[in-house]
Design a protein around this ligand. Structure first.
Ligand code: UT7
Length: 315
């Protein structure tokens, strides 16, 4: 859709969190029928972090985002936690995070798998348009808990982590220029897990659809934002496989040096991967006020989502 908000929102704070425990490819080679070369060549992943709880990682990343924004938890009117690995079936993990951080307003989980953070960003902008002033948006996952560590098809891919942003109302300038959200539930069997069970994935088919979905959703969001790929300073794609990113970047006509890649050291962290990529880009000085950034994700559902945002206040 074309963003037509009455009140604009801008990202004013950001932060990420990772568990301490590093699991290297070498560690996995010791227990799985795989090789370091296979994992690096087929995925681009060298290591991933494992441990903690979704709420614990979310609290850490959320607090960092509040600190960068210069806000206290009591300033937050709504907490949106994007996750596909909640800590409990009931209640929402957002309620644990809300209690731990001490945010006074609403708290809700949002599950759109690896596309979750972009769905959450659009939802947050929608709430700003309704009058909310300050929203804490977090993507947090403990994929390690739904990973069968004896299954080489999935064990080499996933990791744990969290990334968060604060979205504040500006009264005028809006950071969200255009977006696209979509899903095709008829393909949900390609990547699924029963409650309490492990993930099963048809990797090759997910790969094939992922490239197409990323290109199509990115093009739709750019068209609605009235921008072209040449206008973008940076693309922050979901971090699932470096070959998916390379393939999509080639089709979109953007060089890899204008994409953000953290998966080499994080693996696929589902809804946490885009905010962690965004935080990495800001902290490494790759984003400046006024830059146009494309956030694009795809994942189980199948779901996909893209958003073109203008960074900071330099509009
Ligand atoms: O977050 C969103 C959801 N997830 C994704 O986006 C993942 C999308 N899929 C992928 O990233 C890739 O499809 C994988 C990394 C999962 C697999 O890579 P691939 O190049 O598509 O490999 P493949 O599935 O075509 O398998 C090639 C071979 C197979 O052996 P055969 O049948 O050719 O003898 C697999 O059994 O590689 C084998 N294989 C492995 N070999 C060593 C699969 N996993 C491994 C492994 N180590 N870990």
């Amino acid at each position: 859709m074309q963003a037509t908000t009455r009140t604009g929102g801008l990202i004013t704070g950001w932060g990420a969190a990772l568990p301490d425990k590093v699991v290297t490819n070498e560690d996995l080679v010791a227990t799985l029928d795989t090789t370091e070369d296979w994992i690096v060549e087929r995925t681009g992943i060298r290591e991933r972090r494992v441990g903690g709880t979704t709420a614990g990682l979310a609290v850490e990343a959320g607090q960092r985002a509040l600190d960068t924004a210069g806000l206290s938890p009591t300033d937050i009117e709504l907490l949106i936690l994007c996750t596909t690995t909640p800590d409990m079936a009931i209640p929402s993990t957002a309620s644990l995070v809300q209690d731990e951080l001490g945010t006074p307003g609403g708290a809700v989980d949002l599950n759109a798998a690896c596309s979750g953070f972009v769905y959450g960003l659009v939802a947050a902008h929608g709430h700003v348009a309704l009058g909310y002033e300050r929203i804490l948006l977090i993507g947090a996952e403990t994929m390690s808990r739904v990973t069968d560590w004896d299954d080489r098809n999935t064990a080499v891919l996933f990791g744990d982590g969290a990334g968060a942003v604060v979205l504040e109302a500006t009264g005028g300038v809006d950071g969200l220029l255009g977006f696209d959200l979509g899903s095709d539930g008829s393909a949900r069997h390609l990547l699924e897990a029963d409650i309490g069970g492990f993930m099963r994935m048809e990797g090759r088919e997910v790969f094939r659809r992922a490239v197409r979905a990323v290109v199509d959703t990115a093009n739709r969001a750019m068209q609605r934002a009235g921008v072209t790929i040449a206008d973008l300073a940076l693309v922050v794609p979901h971090q699932a496989n470096i070959r998916i990113i390379e393939s999509a970047a080639r089709r979109l006509g953007i060089s890899m040096d204008r994409t953000v890649n953290v998966l080499e050291t994080t693996g696929n962290t589902s809804a946490a991967s885009i905010p962690m990529g965004l935080v990495h880009a800001v902290e490494s000085g790759r984003l400046h006020g006024g830059d146009l950034v494309l956030l694009v994700g795809f994942g189980a559902g199948m779901s996909w989502a893209a958003a073109v945002i203008r960074w900071g206040t330099g509009a």
